[in-house]
Design a protein around this ligand. Structure first.
Ligand SMILES: [Fe+2]
Length: 224
């Protein structure tokens, strides 16, 4: 497995980020720039980016850790920088969703979400068991890999037309639609997933229990 070293959290008043975006495109796949992963950078970032030559507003993206302990240690580094915890840390979906959600345990994961000052969200995840889907994702693509980036849009259907011209195909026949969020996973031939998301103001969730089984299962179907 590749190793992404997370720098020790230290407050450096002269710290400057030298990049406009945390994302690096490599043969159609997205990775996170290791310098940008520092809390100093992510809390200063506007969440505007160019992805696949398209100017976008990033709603959220996922950083994967080898364990929940590593995830929580990294989250601690955001304390001095005004980030707020809005989801977790907890085991997803069973400790987030009260109703019975039909998600096989292979897809369960530890999850925590931080709200950045600019209004964007950083999702941290970690495998819940050796060999589960998140574990296999890390084994295959390394800890720098971005599982998915969610792009905030006004209309998911219209945005999907743009992304289909870039060779991203929907993973489910229709978007998942709850009262608070509309979400759709799309994937390119390299295997990179993007999420198109419509959200109502004031809602900082990155998933809705009504949507989540469909999203996770659409990904499962595509990887088989
Ligand atoms: Fe998402």
């Amino acid at each position: 497995m590749k190793n992404l070293k997370l720098k020790t959290p230290e407050v450096d008043r002269n710290f400057e980020c030298h990049f406009d975006s945390p994302f690096i495109e490599k043969n159609g796949l997205l990775e996170i720039h290791p310098e940008f992963i520092q809390a100093e950078c992510l809390t200063k970032w506007s969440f505007e980016a160019n992805l696949y030559e398209e100017p976008v507003w990033i709603d959220h993206f996922v950083i994967t850790f080898p364990s929940r302990t590593a995830l929580e240690k990294y989250a601690e580094s955001f304390r001095p920088f005004g980030a707020k915890t809005v989801e977790g840390p907890d085991l997803f979906p069973i400790n987030f969703c009260q109703s019975n959600i039909n998600v096989p345990s292979d897809l369960w994961l530890h999850l925590m979400t931080l709200l950045m000052p600019a209004g964007g969200l950083v999702v941290l995840d970690a495998p819940h068991a050796v060999g589960d889907q998140t574990y296999r994702f890390q084994e295959q693509r390394g800890l720098e890999a971005v599982h998915h980036v969610a792009i905030r849009v006004e209309n998911v259907h219209n945005a999907a037309i743009t992304w289909e011209t870039k060779n991203f195909k929907p993973l489910s026949p229709q978007p998942l639609n709850s009262r608070s969020l509309t979400q759709w996973f799309l994937q390119n031939p390299a295997g990179q997933i993007i999420e198109l998301i419509e959200r109502h103001p004031g809602n900082n969730a990155t998933f809705d229990c009504k949507n989540i089984a469909g999203l996770r299962l659409s990904e499962k179907v595509s990887s088989q």
